[in-house]
Design a protein around this ligand. Structure first.
Ligand code: SAM
Length: 259
C-alpha cells in the first residue's frame, strides 16, 4: 500500500479564522488529525477525522517527539491521510522541520501548509506593527526557551531599527531582560507583552526594558505570551483595534487534551 500524504498544517495563533484555506481543506479531507496545545478546538469541530491529542497536559508531554514521529509514520503507512496540526506556523519554533525530516527518512510523502505565526499575529491584534516606515526596518523573532547546555539567548545586538519578538519568554523573563541590558538595549526602550493573542483572552501590557520584570510580576504575566521589544510598540495605543469580547475563547491544554 502506498503511504498517505501527511500535511503539516499551521493552525494560526488562536483565532480559528486565521487558518489558511489550504489548511482548512487538508483538515476536512483528513482521516486522522494529530493536534497539540494552542490549536483552536473550533478547528476540530465537525471533522470526519479521528483526532489524537499529542500536546502537553499539566506541563507534561502526552507523547515524546520520537513517539509522535513513529505515530505519524505508522498512520501514513496504513494509507491514511494525516494532518499534523500545530499552533501558529509549523516551522516557527514548532518542531515541524524535525517531523518533516522523519517523514522524508521513511519515504512518506508530506506537504507543509504554513500558518500565521503568533510572532506577527499577536502583535497585529495588539495594534503593533513589527515594521513601520521610519521606525523599524527589520524584525527578529527569537525564543527565550533555552536548552540547559546553552549560554544565554539568541537575542541580536541592539539596533534601534530592529523590532525583536521573543517567544516562550515568560518563565525566563529576568534572565533575558538581564541579557538585553548587557547587549545595550536602552532602559526606556518600549516592551509590550501580548498574552493569548487573537483570542477572547487577549491582553496587552506595555512597559519598558528597564521596568519589564517588575511590571510583569505585578500584573501576573502568564503564558502564552510574546514580548515585542522596540519603538513600534509606541503605536499600540493609536492603532488599537481589536475587541477581545467579540472573539473566540481559547481552550487550555487540559481541556484540549480531553476533547
Ligand atoms: C512552541 S512556541 C510555538 C510557536 C508557533 N509555532 C507560532 O508560530 O506561533 C509557543 C509560544 O508561542 C507563543 N504563542 C503562541 N500562541 C500565542 C498567542 N495566541 N498569544 C501569544 N503568544 C503565543 C508563546 O510565546 C508560546 O510560548
Amino acid at each position: 500500500m502506498n503511504p498517505g500524504l501527511v500535511s503539516l498544517v499551521g493552525a494560526g495563533p488562536g483565532d480559528p479564522e486565521l487558518i489558511t484555506v489550504k489548511g482548512l481543506r487538508a483538515l476536512q479531507e483528513a482521516d486522522v488529525v494529530l493536534y497539540d496545545s494552542l490549536a483552536s478546538p473550533l478547528l476540530l469541530d465537525g471533522l470526519r477525522a479521528e483526532r489524537i491529542y499529542v500536546g502537553k497536559r499539566c506541563g507534561v508531554h502526552a507523547m515524546s517527539q520520537s513517539a509522535i514521529h513513529a505515530l505519524i509514520v505508522g498512520l501514513a503507512k496504513q494509507g491514511k491521510r494525516v494532518v499534523r496540526l500545530k499552533g501558529g506556523d509549523p516551522f516557527v519554533f514548532g518542531r515541524g522541520g524535525e517531523e518533516a525530516l522523519a517523514l522524508r527518512q521513511e519515504g512518506v510523502p508530506y506537504e507543509i501548509v504554513p500558518g500565521i505565526s503568533s510572532a506577527i499575529a499577536a502583535a497585529a491584534y495588539a495594534g503593533i506593527p513589527i515594521t513601520h516606515r521610519g521606525i523599524a526596518e527589520s524584525f527578529a523573532v527569537t525564543t527565550a526557551h533555552r536548552r540547559l547546555d546553552e549560554d544565554g539567548f539568541a537575542i541580536p545586538p541592539y539596533d534601534d531599527r530592529t523590532t525583536v519578538v521573543l517567544l516562550m519568554g515568560v518563565k525566563t523573563l529576568p534572565q533575558w531582560a538581564g541579557q538585553l541590558h548587557e547587549l545595550g538595549y536602552p532602559g526606556d526602550l518600549p516592551v509590550a507583552f501580548v498574552t493569548w493573542g487573537t483570542t477572547a483572552r487577549q491582553s496587552r501590557l506595555v512597559t519598558s526594558v528597564g521596568r519589564c520584570v517588575e511590571d510583569a510580576a505585578r500584573h501576573g504575566l502568564a503564558s502564552p505570551s510574546i514580548a515585542i521589544i522596540g519603538r513600534t510598540v509606541l503605536l499600540a495605543e493609536q492603532l488599537d483595534w481589536f475587541d477581545p469580547t467579540t472573539a473566540v475563547a481559547p481552550v487550555d491544554e487540559d481541556e484540549l487534551a480531553a476533547q
